[in-house]
Write a protein that binds this ligand. Sequence first.
Ligand SMILES: Nc1nc2c(ncn2[C@@H]2O[C@H](COP(=O)(O)OP(=O)(O)OP(=O)(O)O)[C@@H](O)[C@H]2O)c(=O)[nH]1
Ligand SMILES: [Mg+2]
Length: 460
Amino acid sequence: MAAQTDTIVALSTPPGRSGIGVIRISGPDSLHILRTLVSAESYNPTPNLMRLKSLIDPNSAETLDEALVCFFKAPHSFNGEDVAELHCHGSPVLLRTIIDLILKLGARLADPGEFSLRAVTNGRLKLTEAEAIRDLIDAQTDTALRQATRQLKGEISNRLRPAKENLLETIVRLESSLEFVEDDLPAVQHQATIDSLLGLARDLSRLRSTFAAGKLLHDGIRVAFVGRPNVGKSSLFNSLVGHERAIVTEIPGTTRDTLTESIAVSGVPVLLIDTAGIRNSSDEIESIGVARARREAADADLLIVVVDGSEYLREEDQLVLAEVSDIRHIVALNKSDLPTFSTATFDGRVGADPNCSAVMSVSAKSEAGLESLRAAILEPFANGSAHSEGLLITNARHHDLLVRSIEAIASSAQLLEDFASEEIVLVGLHSALRYLGEITGETTTEEILGQIFSTFCIGK
Ligand SMILES: Nc1nc2c(ncn2[C@@H]2O[C@H](COP(=O)(O)OP(=O)(O)OP(=O)(O)O)[C@@H](O)[C@H]2O)c(=O)[nH]1
Ligand SMILES: [Mg+2]
């Protein structure tokens, strides 16, 4: 891969007012730029040691800030290049001024994730580890954070290493047998090779199967409350969110716009969406709200259909239930605190409707049944339970490459079984090895690396 030779700069802390703002510079001109900023051409910073320095505008000789500066000398920095960090005061105006100065001194603004990309191209970080840093920054729950931390420590590459070694051994064995064409693989060795490949495919499949849980943890689920007006959608939404986020009144048609809030259910990020009560309305604003509610219902992974269990089932309820019949949903029979509450209409519904995974009695008012409701939200995704403490595949790219690798190994085993020539078997095995290498970055093309790092933060 081509060596990166220019110097990049970015603000590594979020834009906006803060106690401090960290500017990071990386590349061959880092030391020169740092010397210019501290106004000492002979400044020889001790690597990895922070120093308090005055940052000075070389044009006006004016002091810009008192900052803690640190220099990391190549190759002993996180990305293998000369890196300078300026821990300035967190004024957006000041930070902008200093970055502009650094740009004038010959650096350019870093692309998203470019500091980490250089760490990968310089062999300081495995691709999976760089991706784990992104996931760690993006983690929405503590469970997702723990997974990212495990992956940051290199668990995925450690887990894949024996598989790659095993595959490579088989490739070498088959290749050497090619050189002695006159003797085919002895029968014993032939069967042993097939068994070893099948074992390998099984082992990788076990890892692959953790993706159901990993995806849940990484992507979370979208859950929309739907129902006719006044059944208590907003009240239940507020109870799960834990504060009075949505307006609640006894007037039907209170909610118009959709509201969203994130919560964690057993470590899984759940995006809750409150919507307008569905009914035919002559009110223009309410009608727009109803249209939005239907759109949210179509986009959600799961619906909570709220029904007022203290009243008879109205035509408007039937309308909503008919509309959601082909979407995965649970029914929340609300207002169980009222004396007229009854579940009778819904007895037997779970068995009868394959898309209805539960009917729960709840009360937003007394908070009865809310814990069960939370559990019921995850239940349809339970085979992807995120409780597992083991290593999970959380990244769709890793999953896709694992699937391809398993397929290539399995079909090579089949070809061996059918006594196909070693050359043909080897094509599949080489592909399988390449796919595994793409996960950790050894065989990833520059174009794909670019795509991956474009999803990173600026300054990382
Ligand atoms: N007794 C009782 N009343 C409730 C309960 N949940 C909601 N309510 C009342 O029902 C009324 C409607 O509640 P909302 O949460 O605004 O209902 P909604 O489904 O969001 O209504 P729209 O936004 O109009 O579609 C309010 O007066 C609530 O106080 C409950 O569990 N028990
Ligand atoms: Mg509402």
